[in-house]
Design a protein around this ligand. Structure first.
Ligand SMILES: C[S@@+](CC[C@H](N)C(=O)[O-])C[C@H]1O[C@@H](n2cnc3c(N)ncnc32)[C@H](O)[C@@H]1O
Length: 219
């Protein structure tokens, strides 16, 4: 499965807002597959939004374009006819996704998040701010791994063991191929990181979780 196909499978609503759309391939694939009825397509860069406009020309009646930073371009009124709706924020760093979520004035029904870096920092933020992780998928494309999270706001902070919180209980129990490769890849990386900085408790914790996942300890 490609990253785009996996995103299509994970979107649970007929309406989306694609934040930082760039080329517009995420909404275009969703529209081509008839998975959604309408997409809000945004970017902070006018050049990128123009790219998305070109690539979505054929679907223009199903798309609303908006230039701006993160979720700040939305008001509750704008979304009132498009519920339930998923905010798709993929292809950015975890810090940037965290910043976008923390500044939002409008709540979405679901969020599909694809952090390219700082994934555990983002998950800690989500957990502390009462987001529940509904799905956690790892996709391998060539040499790249993509982490995709489907989350929604809930009433309480979820009390979940760290291995399941960071890596997803289903992944750990069923070990899909891409996930197993991801854990091995991360273990190599964290081996080096931990050797370089022996005092970073967070990195050591993740290193041990990775070792234990491969050792079958949480199954
Ligand atoms: C690597 S592309 C990701 C494209 C697409 N979302 C995907 O996953 O294939 C990152 C895009 O996010 C945009 N971007 C970065 N920060 C943003 C922000 N705070 N608000 C909106 N767009 C942003 C960039 O201009 C760029 O077009």
């Amino acid at each position: 499965m490609t990253r785009l196909d996996t995103i299509c499978d994970m979107v649970p609503t007929l309406y989306i807002a694609d934040i930082g759309s760039d080329h517009g391939f995420v909404p275009r694939t969703l529209l081509e597959k008839n998975r959604i009825k309408h997409a809000f397509v945004t970017d902070i860069s006018p050049k990128c939004l123009d790219k998305a406009r070109d690539n979505l020309l054929y679907h223009s009646s199903s798309v609303t374009f908006a230039l701006g930073d993160g979720l700040e371009v939305f008001s509750p009124d704008m979304l009132s006819n498009y519920r339930p709706i998923t905010a798709v924020i993929t292809g950015m760093g975890g810090e940037e996704i965290k910043r976008i979520l923390s500044r939002a004035k409008v709540e979405f029904d679901y969020y599909l998040l694809g952090a390219q870096s700082n994934i555990f920092l983002l998950i800690d933020y989500l957990n502390a701010n009462k987001y529940e992780i509904l799905l956690n998928k790892i996709v391998k494309e060539g040499k790249m791994f993509y982490n995709l999270l489907l989350v929604k706001h809930c009433d309480v902070v979820q009390n979940i063991d760290k291995p399941y919180l960071y890596f997803g209980e289903e992944n750990i129990r069923t070990m899909p191929d891409d996930f197993a490769d991801y854990v091995s890849f991360l273990l190599h990386r964290y081996e080096k990181i931990v050797k370089f900085d022996e005092k970073n408790a967070k990195n050591i914790e993740i290193y041990h979780i990775l070792q234990n996942i491969l050792g079958g300890k949480y199954v």
